[in-house]
Design a protein around this ligand. Sequence first.
Ligand SMILES: *Cc1c(COP(=O)(O)O)cnc(C)c1O
Length: 391
Amino acid sequence: MEIPFHKIDITEEDISAVAETMRGGWLTMGPKTFEFERTFASFLECDDAVAVSSCTAALHLALAAEDIGPGDEVIIPVTTFVATSEAVLYTGAKPVFADVLTSDHTIDPEHVKQLITPKTRAIIAVHYSGNPARMEELLQVAREHSLILIEDAAHAFPASYNGRTLGTIGDYGCFSFYATKTITTGEGGMIVSPYTEKLERIRSLRLHGISKSAWNRYAKGGKARYDVYENGYKYNMTDTAAALGLSQLKRCGSSLQKRRKIAEHYESFFSKSSLLIPYEICSENMSAHHLYPLRLNIELLDLDIDIFADKLMERGIATSLHFIPFYEFTYYQTSLKKEDYPGAQWIYERCISLPIYPAMNSEQISYTADAVMDICNKYKKTMPGRLTNEK
Ligand SMILES: *Cc1c(COP(=O)(O)O)cnc(C)c1O
């Protein structure tokens, strides 16, 4: 059996929606983008949202809207996708890396506190796999030190904590519609914030810093004359992408339900085994289940995570790593010490992501789960007198 790590979920309805927009003759940012913004905001139960070309762009614009730049520091988790750090570097500010919690892989608020200096301006928390970072503690730290709290919600749509949708709890929420994310526009992102004026600035910054009404300067009735308020970026979404996003949004609830079922199915296989360590989710959460983190109890196994991934691959099952910590990368190595990140290292040595997407059927889920248990049992360390009845 071949089980890819991800399979994009594109329906005929999605294709028709994009085709219809293309036939309409308006390709770049326009009415579909604005409709997507309004609809997305209503899903999050917030007032407004600004569509952009990626989550990386959204993160960059959140920082830019706060005039964060050279001389400033932004605290981010050491275990995240490189985009979180990249966005900070775009502004000229310095990313400062905090360790992550071994329970759920989100940024450790205690370590964040230790890293705050007079230069710190913001914290970016990542809702790993669709589960909330410790928002209450982080908000408190942010308020105490007058820091901006940005939610990297690339994994977290749709998800909530204590009934509040993720992305709307901090000062900014940044979403991704990359091909592998829970809804896709091919490439795309969205930014939300409770601050109306900041969102208006972001609206201008995403399209060259030009005046709000100038997006349609080539259209009939559009104004040829426009003003530039400040130096902006080319970060707008296209209407063809937005048409796909609108069509995908209609299924976000049912596809979440399918991912949740898969997670529960995996859980039913894995929860009883001491060879695996459960990923801890608190009961107030509604996770987006973007990833399924599988954690091996490597102390009891005679293989490492790379060999484990190879063994799954031999059986046709593709996995992925979320994420390689920054201290492993050439570009970041010189400034970071692995010893400072015991939490991230613990995760890095134990965790891989299993396939979890709506197109998986129960046969594929069981096949994957069986393979995991079978490999674990084959490589179980022999320890006389201990754990002899492992299932
Ligand atoms: C995917 C991802 C991003 C970047 O999203 P793009 O839309 O591809 O720019 C940022 N942060 C995290 C945690 C991600 O997984």
